[in-house]
Design a protein around this ligand. Structure first.
Ligand code: GDP
Length: 435
């Protein structure tokens, strides 16, 4: 079972965002707010006493309320409530009950979900009398809080976890995908394409340790985390935008992922910067998939992909094991195919080959080609065993460590991949000497 989802709903300016941020333990806004621009629902993970749950924030807009924005807000609220297990209906203790509160509460009564009616901006016991004056006429149980100074927060969390089950899968177990590439190759377009397919649930996860917003997308009921989507996702939507590409950020995202999608612009071919980024993925020992984007722009014939792959593997010689997929992020052609590849790469990354299998393999390999003599002595490999995964690592025992040269290791790697695949993931060999 997945985490329970808690939606925070309420009018604008009642403090939803503040409450959300304190629940996900993040003090700054998780996504930039631009006046007059609505934003999607924002998701964070929160925990209290070892119970973990999703928190969904529904707003932070309505700077200039108009019919259009109002409709958008309402549909976001309804969508959030429908997918939530628990709802926090947040009200404002300073402004009292307004007609929109009553309308929202009437809407919520239709659902059988657990609803907490929380009155914000009650920042001490002396303010609690406001509840009696204003809110008790609503005829619901009320919880006073101050999202800002923390008053009543513990009580609220205790109430929540009393109904949140404790056996929950961690977000950290979801496959993490980083979309990397130089500017203008189509990263934001791809991100938006992945997040806007009807069958995907769109959400964002506030990174708790750094200033990043990850998104979750669901493909055929499987969830994936898209790492650090805040910048790249917005970009496509905004007319004027800051270039969010930065090397440091790219490096961090690579570190954080299980699989890096290296996006190239097929219409421009491979340039130095692409190579550099691929190099970082390789050095970080991460799973990888190469995406040839803007495939729609090419004059294609039967050999186009083949030719392009040849050029690619020539320049990415260290990534010959990495699968290539041609896509068009703009027209969404073949983009969902990458989920199958992501699954494949992750399973390759965690694959284990048994020691008897490996030693059978070793006999075959040595029969083909022995390590060359070293100082006129025969170099023997006694034994091979897989000692790790993610990425897969293999330990070989030899009579002479110096005798096992880089070139022979490369040969071993090619043979290993021929037999066992390990598509999209680096493999490592360690050599140990034994008498
Ligand atoms: P980013 O900097 O990597 O995030 O790149 P963007 O997603 O902003 O895309 C840069 C430009 O390429 C935009 O004008 C996109 O519309 C365009 N673009 C992205 N993907 C495709 C594609 O598959 N085909 C075509 N023809 N254009 C694309």
């Amino acid at each position: 079972m997945g985490k329970q989802r808690i939606a925070i709903v309420g009018r604008a300016n009642v403090g939803k965002c503040t409450l959300f941020n304190s629940m996900v333990r993040k003090q700054s806004a998780v996504i930039e707010d631009y006046p007059g621009i609505t934003r999607d629902r924002i998701y964070g993970t929160a925990s209290w006493e070892e119970r973990h749950f999703w928190v969904i924030d529904t707003g932070g807009f309505l700077h200039e309320p108009n019919e259009e924005i109002y409709k958008e807000v309402k549909s976001q609220v309804i969508a959030a409530v429908e997918e939530a297990d628990i709802v926090i209906m947040l009200m404002d203790g300073e402004s009292g009950v307004l007609p929109l509160d009553i309308e929202l509460i009437d809407n919520l009564r239709k659902y059988t979900k657990k609803i907490f009616y929380v009155v914000n901006k009650i920042d001490g016991i002396n303010k609690e009398n406001k509840l009696f004056v204003d809110f008790y006429s609503l005829g619901v149980d009320l919880l006073p809080v101050s999202a800002k100074n923390g008053y009543g927060y513990e009580e609220l969390m205790e109430e929540i976890i009393s109904i949140v089950p404790s056996n929950i899968d961690e977000i950290s177990e979801l496959p993490k995908i980083a979309i990397v590439g130089r500017p203008n190759v189509g990263k934001s377009t791809l991100t938006n394409a992945l997040l806007s397919k009807d069958r995907m649930i769109v959400s964002s996860v506030a990174g708790t340790t750094r200033d990043a917003v990850d998104s979750i997308c669901t493909y055929y009921k499987k969830e994936y985390v898209l790492v650090d989507t805040a910048g790249i996702r917005r970009k496509g939507k905004m007319a004027k935008t800051v270039e969010r590409y930065s090397f440091l950020r790219t490096l961090r995202n690579i570190e954080d992922c299980d699989v890096a999608l290296i996006v190239l612009d097929a219409s421009e071919g491979v340039v130095d910067l692409d190579q550099k980024i691929a190099g970082f993925v390789h050095e970080a020992r991460k799973g990888a998939i190469i995406l040839l984007n803007k495939w729609d722009l090419l004059d294609k014939n039967a050999k186009t992909l083949e030719d392009m792959e040849a050029e690619l593997y020539n320049k990415f010689w260290f990534m010959k094991h990495v699968p290539v997929l041609s896509i068009s992020a703009l027209s969404k052609k073949r983009v969902t195919k990458l989920f199958d590849l992501v699954d494949k790469v992750i399973s390759e990354n965690t694959k284990r080959i048994t020691t008897p299998q490996l030693n059978e393999f070793l006999r075959e390999v040595i029969a083909k080609k022995e390590p060359p003599l070293y100082r006129n002595r025969r170099v023997k490999i006694y034994y091979i065993t897989q000692v790790k995964t993610t990425p897969p690592g293999f330990l070989i025992f030899t009579n002479m460590k110096e005798g096992i040269k880089e070139q022979y290791i490369k040969f071993l790697e090619r043979q290993l991949r021929e037999k066992y695949g390990f598509e999209g993931v680096p493999v490592e060999f360690y050599v140990r000497q034994r008498k």
